[in-house]
Design a protein around this ligand. Structure first.
Ligand code: NAD
Ligand code: MG
Length: 403
């Protein structure tokens, strides 16, 4: 083992460090990314970091990673950022344009780890500038999948999936043609309500929904996971990323979160991606792709786990999954509508304005309303996707005020 580590270090020493931009550097994925970079023995240098509103936290991660530039989206946090960076040569800026400037700093790879559709514009800017993207921010693809995939194809740039299921599938797929794939399966842990009754889930509190059994993540994705909306968003993400239609995308509930994704081929073979539930594994994979680095991420110990279980998802107890799959099957602009309405609904739930079961209800109503008034045409560009996103948010907020 020691010899292998020495060999790896020598290999790393012979390669120019890869330069990285981290968008969403203060979040859960951002912090795990920082750990991978800080523990990589110089395999990476950091050009820029960007965050939302916490200037002091952004300054800390910028210092830790030796970033050249730190950008905060919310101008109110600029003073804290400046104060935190005092005595360093790290440049600071604030506002949405500053986040785009961070995304466009010269780099080999951009970690897209902003939460929500707030990540669409900066992540797309980096993609359009030809950067390889390590994409954690699944809402980019749910909101504007066709535009992202078309841009990636046009500029010949890679979108590497950080989301653990998609990362596992990406690795399990190898270089198979889409036609050779019979079924792609994403697993879901089932979240904290896996064994709860429909009635109990309907009344769940934010504290209960935030208490995920296997993963420690940001609040939005944790709430999405509790209702299986997250799996719905991920099926849509997989549809765009792998170019596979809804009929060949499946979900299995797998409480241990060890098998993250499976690929079944037309000859009956099945490959799967396994790892301990630790986001540092897919993050390290994307950052070093197509090479591998050594990490201290959790290791998988199957013998001590003893058994792995799988079950069908229950659409009756988890209606959000059905609503998301319906949006994908209907297509047009519905994934964009679904994503926007869901962001507003999750926020309202966290502020205790609506109950847990009203999240899926609100999203379904937004989809129905969009279908009946023509808002739901497929967005052709980022601008069109963000226009639909804005209109749906406006309408969802108005519905909340009447609530
Ligand atoms: P988080 O809430 O912990 O972090 C979000 C980050 O985005 C923060 O740094 C925040 O400051 C930043 N941000 C928000 N608005 C911004 C803006 N306008 N400009 C710049 N930065 C902004 O979220 P997270 O759990 O790290 O998740 C990030 C993304 O990765 C989400 O799309 C999530 O679905 C996805 N994801 C997360 C996990 C996980 O384990 N956390 C797993 C798979 C996928
Ligand atoms: Mg996931």
């Amino acid at each position: 083992m020691e010899q292998v580590t020495q060999l790896r270090k020598a290999a790393v020493a012979n390669v120019r460090p890869r330069s990285v931009v981290v968008l969403g550097a203060t979040g859960s994925i951002g912090q795990s990314t920082a750990e991978i970079i800080a523990g990589s023995d110089g395999a990476f240098t950091v050009q820029a970091v960007a965050g939302g509103r916490d200037g002091a936290a952004l300054a800390r991660v910028a210092r830790r990673l030796g970033a050249k530039f730190a950008a905060l989206s919310e101008p109110d946090g600029y003073a804290d950022l400046k104060e935190g960076l005092a005595g360093t040569a790290i440049e600071a800026a604030a506002g949405p344009e500053a986040v785009i400037a961070a995304a466009l700093q010269p780099s080999d790879i951009v970690m897209g780890a902003i939460a929500g559709a707030a990540g669409v514009a900066p992540t797309f800017a980096a993609l359009a500038a030809g950067r390889t993207i390590a994409l954690a921010n699944k809402e980019c693809l749910v909101c504007a999948g066709p535009a992202f995939m078309r841009q990636a194809a046009a500029s010949g740039t890679k979108l590497l999936p950080v989301d653990s299921e998609h990362n596992a599938i990406f690795q399990a797929m190898g270089d198979a043609e889409p036609a050779a794939i019979e079924m792609i399966t994403l697993t879901a842990s089932g979240g904290p309500f896996r064994t709860w009754t429909r009635e109990a889930i309907a009344k769940a509190t934010p504290e209960q929904a935030l208490n995920h059994p296997n993963w420690s993540m940001g609040p939005k994705v944790t709430i999405d996971s509790a209702g299986l909306m997250n799996k719905g968003l991920e099926i849509i993400e997989a549809h765009y990323l792998f170019g596979i239609e809804a009929a060949r995308l499946d979900v299995l509930v797998h409480a241990q979160s060890v098998v993250h994704g499976l690929v079944a081929f037309t000859d009956g073979s099945v490959t799967a991606g396994l790892a301990a539930p630790d986001m540092k594994v897919p993050i390290a994979h994307c950052l070093s792709h197509p090479n591998r680095i050594v990490t201290k991420a959790r290791r998988l110990d199957l013998a001590s786990l003893g058994q792995l279980t799988f079950e069908r998802p229950d659409f009756d107890r988890f209606p959000a999954l059905r609503v998301a799959l319906d949006a994908l099957r209907t297509g047009r602009g519905l994934p964009t509508v679904l994503n926007a309405a869901n962001e507003i609904a999750v926020d309202a739930f966290l502020k205790r304005l609506i109950s847990f079961h009203e999240i899926a209800q609100m999203v379904e109503e937004a989809c129905e309303a969009a279908l009946s008034d023509g808002v739901a045409r497929e967005p052709d560009s980022i601008a069109e996707a963000l226009a639909i996103d804005g209109a749906v948010r406006e309408r969802a907020r108005a519905a909340l005020r009447r609530h």
